[in-house]
Design a protein around this ligand. Structure first.
Ligand SMILES: Cc1cc2nc3c(=O)[nH]c(=O)nc-3n(C[C@H](O)[C@H](O)[C@H](O)COP(=O)(O)OP(=O)(O)OC[C@H]3O[C@@H](n4cnc5c(N)ncnc54)[C@H](O)[C@@H]3O)c2cc1C
Ligand SMILES: NC(=O)c1ccc[n+]([C@@H]2O[C@H](COP(=O)([O-])OP(=O)(O)OC[C@H]3O[C@@H](n4cnc5c(N)ncnc54)[C@H](OP(=O)(O)O)[C@@H]3O)[C@@H](O)[C@H]2O)c1
Length: 475
């Protein structure tokens, strides 16, 4: 059987991981061609002070900001077979993650297979009887185009680069600066300004805290349950923005009206694959949904195209590692799909288990807020030690089994105790409906979950992760 030729699009964490697994199976796979549109590896983790476009006119890829610290502890964030430096703290500055990826790239000798400054512009399936091959057209820094044929394509181009800006009526009337977190780098320019931050997930919370530190007056506008953990004094919470009025003032869902110097959209990102033709692939690609994808990975009609790391509520690096774990069957380019879901579940469980242990080392310094975690099944180990307690017993009203956001069943860290979010803390359906774009987004994400989920058959987790779990459990 001839070796398979694989194109990998992107040299971020997902692309490096794909290349590493392909390179480790020389009997099955030719050396991969990794296309990377920038001049470096790391993707998101390659901090670039530039915003807008590169000199060649292509949009800046990374959404990294200067003072970001990771929101997953390194013990959970790492590729399972490649630990971070044990001397480092748990929540790392982004430079350490970039160094880690450079070490990963070096130790697996991936760099010789990367074509830097080369953008993939088109990926086209060529279906002939039983076989499908892929024509990949790329463009290098001199503008030279090239089309090559591969047996398979791994899409590792990331999905945190194309800003999602909700449709807010009258936005064009706003007189101040309108910015998305994608183009935020540091807080100093906003010192003394009044900033409405829209969205209170990782970007919204992080950036609000940074802004408050430099003396900005922050209105954190969101439709999530009111945050109950301590926020720095410069931050007040408000309901979602529903419109910008003719005179440039901002109207909130509760009827209040306010003025601001800056509207900072921390409203997430769109899926965007400029090099794919969705119709050709029989896919639907919307802002918040790519469907149908068998197990979030591959279009059923063309199962030699793989989207690595497309899920949002995951531990990204371990997820990439599972998705890229190629079977040693030279006859097919199969992936071990079944570890995908249980593995994510276990990683999230690990976050919760390790939380009491890692609490002294926070992502945010002490005056900042503390993070919320979620998991499908949650056990809590009291700080004083002792047996694991199923989370229903931590506080009444906690219902394990709901994943994502701050919903019933989530755990919220508050001081050094954990408590659950109950149904009464959720926004009412009416409040949810009134938020611009919210329902469409939720529906798209639910559909993505439904279509991507193809049965959870309870496979055991990979052995090395069980090891980590045992270590944390003091076993
Ligand atoms: C602000 C921020 C903070 C985050 N913090 C954490 C965290 O603390 N912990 C964590 O685990 N995850 C975090 N994440 C998630 C993060 O995105 C993942 O950890 C991971 O970096 C994603 O890797 P990726 O390879 O899928 O995508 P990316 O890192 O985005 O890499 C994609 C690569 O593909 C290249 N590319 C794109 N299009 C093309 C093309 N057409 N042709 C050629 N190359 C192309 C890009 O240049 C880039 O190098 C964060 C994300 C953001 C935005
Ligand atoms: N420190 C860190 O490590 C760090 C920092 C930043 C980002 N990140 C990572 O980067 C990725 C992206 O995070 P993100 O926070 O940028 O995006 P995100 O997770 O998609 O969150 C966007 C938020 O915006 C909300 N939203 C949408 N429209 C809104 C509106 N009109 N008004 C108010 N809120 C609105 C969404 O609410 P609904 O969902 O309810 O619609 C959602 O809560 C994640 O993986 C995250 O972990 C990590």
């Amino acid at each position: 059987m001839a070796v398979q030729r694989v194109a990998v699009i992107g040299a971020g964490a997902a692309g490096l991981c794909a290349a590493r697994h392909i390179l480790s199976r020389p009997n099955s796979f030719a050396r991969p061609v990794v296309f990377e549109l920038t001049d470096n590896i790391g993707g998101t983790w390659c901090y670039d002070e530039r915003v807008g476009s590169y000199d060649n006119g292509r949009p800046v890829h990374s959404s990294m900001y200067r003072d970001l610290r990771t929101n997953l502890p390194k013990e959970v964030m790492m590729f399972p077979d490649f630990p971070f430096d044990p001397q480092l703290s748990s929540f790392l500055p982004h430079q350490e993650v970039q160094r880690y990826l450079e070490r990963y790239c070096h130790s697996h000798n991936i760099r010789p297979h990367i074509r830097f400054n080369t953008a993939v512009e088109n990926v086209k399936p060529v279906v002939e009887e039983e076989t499908t091959t892929w024509e990949v057209t790329s463009c290098d820094s001199s503008g030279g185009q090239k089309t090559e044929t591969f047996d398979s394509v791994f899409v590792c181009s990331g999905h945190y680069s194309d800003p999602h800006i909700p449709d807010i009526p009258g936005l064009e009337n706003f007189k101040g600066e309108v910015l998305h977190s994608h183009s935020y780098r540091y807080a100093e320019p906003f010192s003394g300004q009044s900033v409405v931050v829209l969205g209170a997930k990782a970007s919204g919370l992080d950036i609000s805290i940074e802004l408050a530190k430099v003396g900005a007056q922050v209105t954190l506008s969101h439709g999530r349950p009111r945050l109950t953990f301590p926020l720095p004094s410069g931050i007040r919470q408000s309901s979602p923005v529903v419109a910008v009025q003719d005179d440039g003032s901002v109207r909130f869902q509760d009827g209040s009206v306010g003025r601001a110097d800056v509207l900072m959209f921390c409203t997430g990102y769109n899926f965007r694959y400029t090099f794919l033709d969705a119709d050709q692939l029989r896919l639907e690609i919307q802002d918040h949904m790519v469907s149908p994808l068998y197990r979030f990975l591959t279009p059923p009609a063309l199962p030699s195209l793989f989207f690595i790391g497309i899920c949002k509520i995951i531990c990204p690096f371990p997820n990439f590692d599972c998705q890229n774990f190629l079977e040693d069957d030279p006859g097919r380019l199969g992936l071990i799909l079944h570890v995908n879901l249980p593995f994510n579940l276990l990683c999230r469980l690990l976050v919760v288990l390790s939380h009491p242990v890692l609490f002294e080392d926070l992502q945010w310094p002490p005056e900042g807020a503390v993070p919320a975690f979620s998991a499908d099944a949650v056990f809590y180990r009291p700080a004083a030690g002792g047996a694991l307690i199923p989370c229903q017993e931590v506080e009444e009203g906690v219902e394990p089994g709901v994943a994502g956001g701050q919903r019933p069943g989530d755990l919220v860290a508050d001081g050094d105790s954990l408590h659950g979010v109950t149904a009464t803390e959720l926004p009412t359906p009416q409040e949810q409906e009134e938020r611009p774009g919210h329902m469409e987004r939720q529906e798209a994400e639910c559909k993505q979950e439904r279509d991507g989920y193809d049965g959870f058959d309870g496979f055991p987790p990979p052995p090395d992760i069980v090891g980590v779990l045992r270590a944390r459990d003091g076993d």
